[in-house]
Design a protein. Structure first.
Length: 275
């Protein structure tokens, strides 16, 4: 007998996915295996999906702990390397470290042995220049099954050029009040160039730093600060997208398929696939 799928309305899905999921969460230190950074995992689970997350320019990884913990509570192993934090961030080096982070997730025993990652369920994500680095990394890695960016920034080498080579499904969340990386020349351009199924959403009230958490001195130089609305929407859409693409979860389809007032669906090429 086929399993009955209960699909929530977009509003119901948003409210549910913006809250912590059902899994207790463990936190670990990537430095124990030679790479500075942090990893959050569900307390247990075999064959889990995993995502490596790239931080923004001058942003400490702690500003994304809430998002990483949130994903782990929904069954996704989430890790972020704490590298390239100086003003001369190398997107190429950060991209390489994102792929190394995925290697760690799949090749190192996690927790007490009750956690494992499925090598066929790997994703990349990132904010600002970390989003651009995620695109760079995905362009040369066929094992990456999904890519998510938050207020992505064009990089050197070019994330826009790299996007043409990415076949994995992509979700790009752009900030409407972004004065650092205006969507038209960054997130929107990357989405338009994407080589696979892709969706671009505009959060009209969000700033460039809206997706970050807490406070940091870099806000004196950069535009914006952490915003609850952007964080809520970011957590819900990133979770829904990763669960749909990497696990085949269909309960949240309406959220991903609907045009919402505060998360406008402005561009889509091909329907987002289900595993």
């Amino acid at each position: 007998m086929a399993r009955r799928v209960i699909t929530l309305t977009a509003k119901q899905a948003l409210e549910q996915l913006s809250r912590p999921g059902p899994h207790p969460v463990l936190r670990g230190d990537l430095a124990l295996v030679g790479l500075p950074g942090v990893i959050f995992t569900p307390q247990s689970g075999l064959g889990l999906p995993a995502v490596a997350f790239g931080h923004g320019w001058m942003q400490p990884v702690r500003r994304y702990h809430g998002l990483l913990r949130h994903l782990a509570s929904w069954g996704v192993v989430a890790a972020a390397p704490a590298v390239e934090r100086g003003p001369l961030l190398s997107s190429r080096v950060l991209a390489a470290n994102l792929l190394t982070t995925l290697d760690i997730c799949t090749g190192v025993r996690l927790g007490t042995g009750e956690i494992s990652v499925d090598p066929a369920r790997l994703a990349l994500a990132g904010h600002s220049m970390g989003g651009g680095a995620a695109v760079l990394a995905a362009s040369g890695a066929d094992r990456v099954r999904a890519v998510v960016t938050l207020a992505a920034t064009e990089t050197r080498p070019s994330a826009l050029d790299a996007a043409r080579e990415v076949r994995a499904p992509g979700l790009h969340l752009a900030a409407g009040e972004d004065r650092i990386a205006p969507p038209v020349g960054h997130s929107e351009a990357i989405a338009q160039a994407w080589g696979g199924p892709v969706q671009l959403r505009l959060l009209p009230k969000a700033s460039h730093l809206g997706f970050t958490e807490g406070r940091h001195w870099s806000e004196l130089m950069l535009d914006g600060s952490g915003e609850r609305g952007a964080q809520k929407l970011g957590r819900a859409f990133v979770t829904a997208f990763l669960l749909r693409v990497m696990t085949g979860e269909r309960a949240y389809d309406e959220l991903l398929d609907s045009d919402l007032k505060n998360a406008n669906l402005v561009f889509q090429r091909e329907a987002l696939p289900r595993r």
